[in-house]
Design a binder for this molecule. Structure first.
Ligand code: SF4
Length: 345
């Protein structure tokens, strides 16, 4: 098994069968994998950890992903939208705390049409020209993506969700297509965004084969960022009784991705910190180099619940930043005031 770890380190890829073997490796191979991934992270990014200020500006969504707590058919979800001024206030607070990337995230909310999104992008980029702006607002047309990019958006996160079409169809209703998701990702890259894909670890009906296909897709797509975190069920979904993805598997996959794409930006996600109190620190030790604390007003944080028991819904941004700094220090790294662009160009 150590041979497979070495082979991945050397060649930055493996066959599908080898990946299936590696994700089921024993603890000693997993530790070897982790330590090589940490080494590769340090070779490429030193001890710097990038922070992104996450602004969840609307939890309205026209989509109906079966696992998601804010999908349109969940009538128990209390909906909210931030105003233009509230979004700008979040950025102001984040800038003062040293954030140089803002991530605007929402459900697919028709209220925020292209004109409104472009107005927000233009205002943020005008006021904070030294900051990068990331959008995470779902599936749009090529023309919409292009308009946002031309207004100054730098990056776009759109998890591919799963590289297996049959699995995709288990997680989504018929109206949401695997092909359109892929089209969106290809458009984003073609337009010139720093593009992020990703998937949930341990999602319902996910098999080892699905995971191996995800890894091979990521290798081939060669994104600038990869967001993976454990699946955590939400009580108002049909998948409420499915078990969460595990810490161990998520850490293994972070390490594998770091070795497959040494320069990729790899967040230690909030979901990882939700299933383990030291999830973020363990994620960094497994090769992650990004954290994304919440800058949304405390009053709305509990309402953006894609899954249950999300952490940090009660902290002020400043408290969140301090707490993160301490956590990151505890694993020998430091948070930097930097846009934190991808080196995977
Ligand atoms: S996962 Fe995203 S697109 Fe799907 S229902 Fe939830 S917020 Fe909407």
């Amino acid at each position: 098994m150590t041979d497979l770890v070495q082979k991945l380190y050397r060649e930055q890829t493996l066959s599908k069968q080898e990946l299936i073997e590696l994700i089921n490796c024993d603890d000693s191979a997993a530790e070897r994998l982790r330590s090589l991934a940490e080494k590769v992270r340090i070779e490429n990014y030193g001890h710097d950890i990038y922070v992104r200020g996450l602004i969840e500006f609307s939890n309205y969504c026209k989509q109906d992903c079966r696992y998601c707590g804010i999908r349109k058919s969940n009538l128990n979800c209390e909906r909210y939208r931030l105003s233009f001024d509230e979004i700008m206030e979040c950025c102001g607070e984040g800038y003062a705390l040293g954030f140089r990337t803002f991530v605007l995230q929402s459900g697919e909310d028709a209220y925020f049409n292209d004109d409104r999104i472009c107005e927000i992008i233009t205002a943020i980029k005008k006021k904070y020209p030294d900051c990068a702006l990331t959008l995470s607002i779902g599936e749009k047309s090529y023309e919409s993506y292009k308009r946002y990019y031309d207004c100054g958006a730098d990056r776009y996160l759109l998890r591919h969700e799963t590289a297996d079409k049959a699995h995709y169809e288990k997680l989504h209703p018929k109206a949401q297509s695997f092909e359109n998701r892929r089209r969106c990702l290809n458009d984003l890259k073609e337009i010139g965004y720093q593009t992020g894909c990703g998937f949930m670890v341990g999602s319902p009906y996910q098999t080892d084969e699905c995971i191996a296909e995800d890894l091979l897709f990521i290798k081939e797509f060669n994104p600038h960022m990869v967001g993976i975190g454990p699946f955590i069920s939400h009580r108002d979904t049909e998948y409420r009784d499915f078990p969460s993805g595990t810490l161990e598997m998520t850490l293994r996959l972070l390490s594998i991705i770091r070795l497959m794409l040494p320069k990729v930006l790899l967040p230690a996600t909030t979901a990882l910190a939700t299933i383990d109190p030291r999830g973020r620190e363990k994620g960094i030790l497994a090769g992650a180099n990004v954290v994304m604390p919440n800058l949304s007003p405390v009053s709305v944080r509990k309402k953006y619940q894609i899954y249950d028991n999300k952490i940090c819904t009660g902290d002020e941004s400043a408290q969140c930043r301090r707490c993160l700094e301490e956590r990151v220090h505890s694993v020998g790294c430091r948070i930097v005031t930097d846009r934190g662009d991808s080196k995977n160009i």
